[in-house]
Design a binder for this molecule. Structure first.
Ligand code: C2O
Ligand code: CU
Length: 463
């Protein structure tokens, strides 16, 4: 059950610049600073949608000699990566071997209330529940994590999270890397104590750890062949925002986000992303010579997150010779209700660190009802202590505008989203329609998990 010990990968000195062939940029950006060691990136196992899942405490190897206690799904951090096809029936027998209540929330998946892992559906220690639902939505990367009342932040911080990838025929028709060339990256920060155990000291204002973990690996490195890579990125931090760039100034070819493929591919030099958001990007490593390195860097913290080191070998099974060009169409199944006038407009003020519209979360309170099938505009406004990544359960939304159109939307805010970042004093309008056929209680909350636990959450009911 324990994950394989990670061998240290010797990487010579400072990263070489300008290795990324086609996406090479003349702008030279400082390479990540040299580190004492780099550790082979852990890739969580891919599993089918009938795989049993257990939450328990366990020992994990974070790399670089850091082995310590964490909370883990099926023994690994992150937990296994579910890979399913649209239309699949999911039946995951879950066992809670923690010493506290937990739930499994399928973030981004539209599932019935009883399978949504809400705080109301807590599973006691030694309890079990088989999460069963049918995947009706389009291809994309969702994820799963605990959502118990008042303890979501700590359980996630101690390690509980995993990826959930949906495939479909629209995605099948694209020429994109697969197999070893499609790599999930769960990016977060963490603290470890002297013994190497994950530690956590979040307060209502948030939590920022002092090391980065990519797939649970600190100072992570990945040896890359001379071909395109597809990185499925999830920001799995509690509070920290990441501004992702490549150290040689090359761009990412962005093809997807929370809700799957974007309408068109677009090249972006940087992506500022908040807890819960996902992006699907292609990176051209075809020009990277053996031992040359390029870093995936967070420019907010200055941290090198992942060092890509050239193997000097051509791409093998799963590599593709061409990928969608910037500007090329990817999918036409985006939100279709963008032009429909909303039946109802609701305003939500994210106040301080603990309230929405002045109210602290109360499990027993239903804040409002949404008629199934109505198009609604939800207007999110911040009132201090932002950023707030705002997340909705039960439906995906289309981001309509930021500050009434005075500020632009980011390229990863096209298509379908379930989490949207608000900075201080911003107002973001999203349009949504609960048309899954499921009725019942869902949640709206800030995905800064400390804000969520402190009360920045509400229940609503689809009727
Ligand atoms: Cu990722 Cu309600 O959460
Ligand atoms: Cu918040």
């Amino acid at each position: 059950r324990r994950r394989v010990l990670q061998a240290a990968v010797g990487v010579g000195g400072v990263a070489a610049l300008g290795g990324l062939g086609a996406l090479r940029s003349s702008t030279s950006i400082a390479a990540p600073p040299p580190r004492g060691s780099t550790n082979r990136l852990f890739i969580p196992p891919s599993v089918t949608p009938d795989t049993a899942l257990t939450a328990a405490s366990g020992q994990v190897d974070l790399g670089g000699g850091t082995v310590g206690k964490a909370l883990v799904y099926n023994g690994t951090l992150p937990g296994p990566n579910f890979v399913v096809r649209r239309g699949d029936a999911v039946a995951v027998p879950f066992t809670n071997n923690l010493d506290a209540e937990t739930t499994v929330h399928w973030h981004g998946l539209i599932v019935p209330t009883a399978e949504d892992g809400q705080p109301h559906e807590a599973i006691a220690p030694n309890g079990t529940h088989t999460y069963a639902f049918t995947v009706k939505q389009r291809a994309g990367m969702s994820w799963y994590h605990p959502h118990p009342h008042l303890a979501t932040a700590s359980q996630v911080a101690y390690g509980l999270a995993g990826g959930f990838i949906i495939r479909d025929s629209v995605e099948d028709a694209l020429s994109v890397p697969s197999e070893a060339y499609e790599v999930p990256l769960v990016i977060r920060d963490a603290n470890v104590d002297k013994a190497g155990n994950l530690s956590y000291n979040g307060k209502a204002s948030g939590f920022t750890g002092n090391i980065a973990l990519v797939n649970g690996t600190r100072d992570a490195a990945l040896e890359v062949d001379q071909t395109w890579y597809r990185f499925r990125i999830l920001i799995g931090s509690n509070s920290r925002l990441f501004n992702l760039t490549l150290s040689n100034g090359a761009t990412f070819r962005l093809i997807g986000n929370d809700g799957g493929l974007l309408p068109t591919a677009v090249d972006v030099p940087a992506m500022e992303l908040s807890p819960g958001e996902r992006v699907d990007v292609l990176v051209d490593c075809s020009g990277l010579a053996a031992t040359q390195t390029v870093g995936l860097v967070d420019t907010n913290s200055g941290w090198p997150l992942l060092r890509l080191t050239g193997s000097g070998k051509p791409g093998g099974l799963g590599a593709v010779a061409t990928v969608p060009a910037a500007g090329e169409g990817l999918s036409s199944d985006g939100p279709t209700f963008g032009d429909i006038a909303p039946v109802t407009t609701r305003l939500f003020s994210f106040d301080g660190m603990t309230r929405i519209n002045g109210v602290v979360y109360d499990m027993a309170l239903n804040s409002f009802n949404v008629p199934a099938g109505d198009v609604e505009d939800w207007v999110f406004r911040t009132n201090g202590n932002a950023p707030h990544p705002v997340h909705v359960h039960g439906a995906s939304f289309k981001v309509m505008s930021r500050d009434g159109g005075r500020r632009r939307l980011f390229p990863w805010e096209e298509g379908w989203k379930d989490t949207v970042l608000l900075h201080d004093r911003e107002t973001v309008t999203v349009r949504l329609r609960f048309d899954s056929g499921y009725k019942g209680r869902y949640l709206l909350h800030c995905h800064k998990l400390e804000h969520e636990d402190a009360g920045m959450m509400l229940n609503f009911t689809v009727v």
